[in-house]
Design a protein around this ligand. Structure first.
Ligand code: 5GP
Length: 204
């Protein structure tokens, strides 16, 4: 059985990574999605257990204490974290699982899972990023400013990822990410169980 891939996608807020991830999952329903826990309040249309697990701060802190999170970070004044159990389960089943997390979280996961696939989604330019954030109009002005300020710092970290894709158009970006995953599946290190089984059957 092929081993599942842990896929980590990051990028500054407004870069379109959420749209890219949703479109990728729609096109490739075989990829599981890691639903994060957060203390942020739901935005209009967001559902508990679908977009996030929305938690009170005390509950989130309890999850940290119990070691239930693969990683967690404070982003724009709220906690965000990745529940560990579903990731273990999917990878053990040989399934790919996608995490859409911020750069702090991704750098932590890189240390724990160097065999993961790390993809950074870049905006075409900073001007375009601002346009997209303002166009979304779901955040207060103060939050917009905070997100723009942190974007440059996050973009500097793009080189730590194995792949960086400029999101000019959602369709092209989804195709690029799907192409990356296809190639990753053929890495010899992901086929060790098949290689070992063949060698064993030949007594080597
Ligand atoms: P938003 O509030 O716009 O949904 O997300 C804000 C930021 O938090 C985004 O950059 C998003 O990728 C990140 N984020 C979402 N879930 C997680 C998580 O589980 N861990 C970490 N470290 N960041 C997350």
């Amino acid at each position: 059985m092929r081993e599942g891939c842990l896929i980590v996608v990051s990028g500054p807020s407004g870069t379109g990574k959420g749209t890219v991830c949703s479109a990728l999952l729609k096109k490739h329903p075989e990829i599981a999605y890691s639903i994060s826990a957060t203390t942020r309040k739901p935005r209009t249309g967001e559902q508990d257990g679908v977009n996030y697990y929305f938690k009170e701060k005390a509950v989130f802190e309890e999850m940290i204490r119990k070691g239930e999170l693969l990683e967690w970070a404070e982003v724009y004044g709220n906690y965000y974290g990745t529940p560990l159990a579903p990731i273990r389960e999917k990878l053990e089943q040989g399934k790919d699982i996608l995490l859409e997390i911020d750069t702090q979280g991704a750098l932590n996961v890189m240390e724990k899972f160097p065999e993961g696939v790390y993809i950074f989604i870049l905006p075409p330019s900073l001007e375009e990023l601002e346009k997209r954030i303002r166009g979304r109009a779901t955040d207060a002005e103060e939050s917009i400013k905070r997100r723009l300020e942190s974007a440059v710092g996050e973009i500097k970290l793009a080189e730590k990822y194995q792949y960086a894709v400029v999101n000019e158009s959602v369709d092209d970006t989804v195709d690029a990410v799907a192409g990356i995953l296809k190639a990753e599946h053929y890495r010899s290190k992901r086929c060790t169980s098949v290689i070992n089984a063949i060698c064993k059957s030949k007594g080597e």
